[in-house]
Design a protein around this ligand. Structure first.
Ligand SMILES: C[S@@+](CC[C@H](N)C(=O)[O-])C[C@H]1O[C@@H](n2cnc3c(N)ncnc32)[C@H](O)[C@@H]1O
Length: 293
């Protein structure tokens, strides 16, 4: 990591009082507004899932590929690394994430990023050979609208794939966090990410079929999330990214300590520096845009 975690944590705490209290599963603009914090919290795991999603999709060797909700760039970089003759464009509504991905882009000749919303694409019909999306569809306010837009901009016969964390069970990092949060604060139940759409087996493929994609196939992809210590697991939650980070920002010191203790208990960690491996599961889906629209 080329940034200082201490500095990030201090900044997260200083900003906390400025953030309005979360109501339900609201998408706060700043939930995806700090790219370095996101990298520490989730980007390091996205990087492990990204090549597996690319492999599952089976991309053409060349052509124009769209990465929807490209965030800090993990998926676009994984595509550019493997498909050297392809051109990847990542779009994301977070200008901070787009700026970060652009500034860290190791493949400027074949990957680029711009601000955009999957529900309203400014590209002409049939302008991409394929599109992929990693850990995004559950955050899109109208996923059906986004799917139809993607179908429009992908050429007939082109592939569309996506993956979403299995928040209710197999994404152990977040599952443990929310179970502990609800235990110490029952009010957190409505914020638990397991209530988000499209995160259970069969939901992504149902959406793809609803959108009349062909040859739809869904499968889980598992990664191992290795943490060096409790701090390596816990500290990134304090950086304010994603729904869990947003929730943590509103806890007072006492609640925060209670939550940390509860998490430690649930992870069965005997000591602060005990290393830890957790399962991280996504549900991934792929399909083909039909020739007749
Ligand atoms: C959990 S992050 C995933 C980022 C990246 N794909 C990764 O795997 O690390 C979710 C991303 O979805 C983006 N997002 C939210 N609403 C979106 C929309 N309507 N269209 C496109 N992206 C969206 C967010 O800005 C954020 O970058």
């Amino acid at each position: 990591m080329n940034y200082n975690r201490e500095m990030l944590l201090r900044r997260a705490f200083l900003l906390a009082p400025l953030v309005p209290v979360l109501q339900g599963q609201d998408r706060q603009p700043n939930m995806f507004g700090d790219a370095e914090a996101y990298e520490q919290f989730m980007g390091r795991w996205s990087r492990l899932v990204a090549p597996r999603l690319v492999e599952f999709t089976g991309l053409p060797e060349r052509g124009r590929i769209l990465d929807i909700g490209s965030g800090t760039g993990s998926l676009a970089f994984a595509i550019a690394e493997r498909n050297v003759r392809a051109r990847v464009l990542g779009i994301d509504p977070s200008k901070e994430y787009v700026a970060y991905a652009t500034s860290r882009n190791p493949y400027p000749d074949r990957a680029s990023f711009e601000v955009g919303d999957a529900q309203q694409l400014h590209f002409p019909d049939a302008s991409f050979d394929a599109a992929l999306s990693l850990l995004v569809f559950n955050f899109i306010p109208d996923p059906t609208k986004a799917l139809l837009e993607l179908r429009r901009v992908i050429k007939p016969g082109g592939k569309l794939s996506a993956a979403v964390w299995d928040y209710g069970a197999g994404m152990r990092m977040l599952r443990t966090f929310w179970d502990a949060a609800v235990h110490i604060d029952p009010g957190a139940e409505k914020l638990d990410e397991k209530h988000m759409p499209l995160c259970r087996a069969g939901e992504m493929s149902a959406l793809w079929r609803q959108g009349s994609l062909e040859n739809v196939r869904e499968q889980s992809i598992d990664i191992r999330m290795r943490f060096k210590s409790l701090a390596d697991y816990w500290d990134p939650f304090l950086l304010g990214q994603g729904p869990a980070g947003s929730y943590v920002r509103h806890l007072d010191r006492e609640k925060l300590q209670a939550l940390r203790n509860e998490v430690k208990l649930r992870l069965s960690l005997s000591a602060e520096d005990t290393p830890l491996v957790l399962l991280g599961r996504v549900w991934s889906v792929r399909g083909i845009v039909p020739n007749r629209r």
